[in-house]
Every structure is written in C-alpha cells, then in structure tokens.
Design a protein. Sequence first.
Length: 403
Amino acid sequence: MKRLLRPTAFKRMFFFIIIDILLSLATFYLAYTLRFNFHIPGEFFHIFWKAFTLLVLLKVFFLYLFKNYFIVWRFFGFMDAKNIIKAHIFTYVVFAIMYLLFREYFMPFPRSVIAIDFFLSLIFIGALRISRRMARESTTIRREKPTLIIGANSKTGTIIQSALNGEIDYYPTAIIAYRNNDEITDAYMHNIKIYDNRLLEEIITEKGIVAAIVTEKIPASDLKIIADRLSLCGINEIKKVRILGDKDEKLEDLSIEDLLARHPKDLDLETIASFIKGKSVLITGAGGSIGSEISKQCQQFGASTLTLVDHSEYNLYQIGELLPQANLKLLNITNKHLLEEIFEEVHPDIVIHAAAYKHVPVCENNQETAVYNNGYGSKNVIDTSIKYAVEKVVLISTDKAVR
C-alpha cells in the first residue's frame, strides 16, 4: 500500500491533469453563470461542451509545455507561478484566435466568458498549486531556535525558505540590516521585518533570540564588533551562510579567521620542503598537540633525522609509535646538562622549540613553575643552539601564556 501511494513523476502529472480538468470545468461553468447572472439560457448550453473540450485541451497542453506538471508540490515558487500565468495567456489567446477564425462553429458563444474564465482559472489552479506549501508552512510546529539574520539580501531569502522547509534547525524571527538603509529598514522579507542595526540588543531581548546567522560579506573589523555585541547579549551561536552546501552544510560556524583583519595564507610547500629536506631536525615538546603535528610534517618533508624531545613519557611513546624512525629523548628542557648532551650527540641543523606549559589557569596558579619552564627552559634551548652552531631555531609562540 505504501508503495502504491509513494509519489512519482507520473503519478504527480496524472493527479494534476485530472484536478486541472475538474477545476477548468468548474471555472468554465462559473464563468457562464456569472455572465448570465446565474441563469443560463438553454440555447447557450449546446456549445458549452465543445468550447470546454477545446479550452481544456489547450490548457493542459500549455501547462505541460511550461513544465507545470513536473514541479514538486511543496516547493512551488515564484518561477512556477510565472509559468502558470504564461500557460494561461497562451491558452486563452489561442482559444480566442480559433473562436474568431471559426466563429460559426462556436455560435452562440458569449465572448465575455473567455475573459471571466481566464481570471477564474488562474486563481483556482494557482491556489491549488500553492495550497500544499501554505498548509505545510502554517501548520509546522516551530521547535527550531529563534534566530536573528544579519544582512538583507538574496541569501537571506534562501535561508528563510530553508527554515520554512525544515531544512535547518533555525527559525528566523527578525532581520538586522548590516548598513542602515532607509529603503529597506522597516520593510519585510518573507513576512519577517527588517530592523535598524542600532536596535540589535532590543530585538534580541524582545524576541528571545538564541542564535544568529550572517548572510552578508562583512569586513572583519565590523564583524568583530557585531560578534561582540551578540556575545554581550548572550548569543554565542553565530553562523555564516554557505549557499553551495547540502542540507547539513548550509551553515558553518563563524571562525576566528572571519574576525581577523588579516587572512591566513596558503602554505608554500616548496619553500617548506627546501627548508626541511635532508636536514637533521630536533623538536622540543614533540609529543604535544602542536609538536606532534610538526614532527609528522618534518618526516613527510624529508628530514634526514628526527630527534624528538619531551618530558612526558606517554606523549613521547605516542609520537614514537607514529614515527618509528625518530630518535626519542625523554627529558625536561630546564635540564641544561642533558640538553647539551643531546645536541652534542645529534648536532641538529634545525631546532623547533614547541615545549611549553600552555593552559592559562594552571600557569596562573603555578606562576613560578610556569615562568621557570617557559622562560628559563626556552633560554636553555636558545643558548644551547647558539653553542652548537644550529643554523635555524624556530620558536612556537606560547600564545596562551598571557591574556
């Protein structure tokens, strides 16, 4: 039974053709009754079926020609409505021409019925097409997150339609114009009001908004200001639009790069390869989150030898399992004597220093240890590198050491 009721292109076309024929019959008869004030003289009835048959054949043909029998009902849109209008215009123009050419065949036929039926048919068939979408949008229980859209453009309309169709977990309740524009402020898009951006905080409170979607390309400096304003209002879920994505990819999180005035550059792989290839590389903090990735990349770029230094036995073991050819050294960089022994043994060409305590709260509660490890330990690495004439020393900044 489910298979029988499952919609297909053929079933959809068959359904619409039958319904259009029935609606056309109803509108044609109604046009007759309106023309004669609901009392149709008998002499006008004998031509009724001939005129109706010709008209409905023309109508079905032109609706088919304009692909109106192949639309997905619930996605009926503006272009589909335009095609219905075009199909009706062609239908009634051709019918009128045939009436004029073969007038004696249609006599007696009230000409005003053509105009009356044109508008009635357009209204009835158009209403049928849009009814499913209207019913679906009006009866949907809103469980999505009340959302503020920042930007009023074509992408805004697309996001609203996606929300109405249940394709995203956000329900737009207000639109904020990125630039104050009197032409669009207080106007509506898909029945959602566009507000002045100076009212952002007020709108968030009034409508209980919990998320925001950015649809415009906004300069990083302005975007950071907007993100800060949203954050002060308790809005931490901020998305940006990706139109070229499937159902699960229409939106993506606002990244830190979006808030930076400078944008990250692609890596110059050739330069990196020439820097690393054939060199002896020593990496401190090699078992950490950054150090372990650098270690893998150095091997990939052709380092002749890899010496991995870390004070954590477990971390060093983990990276050693991934890079079995590497030389593993377990020590703390604050132990200068052991550090010098390693340099004496491997004579590195390049030292990449990635060893540091990075978690701010822990460092703040253990200030002396943090300074000793991050400060004195780094000094040991640099002094030892100078002593053993290391060509290059790369310091991975302890960016989380200060607020």
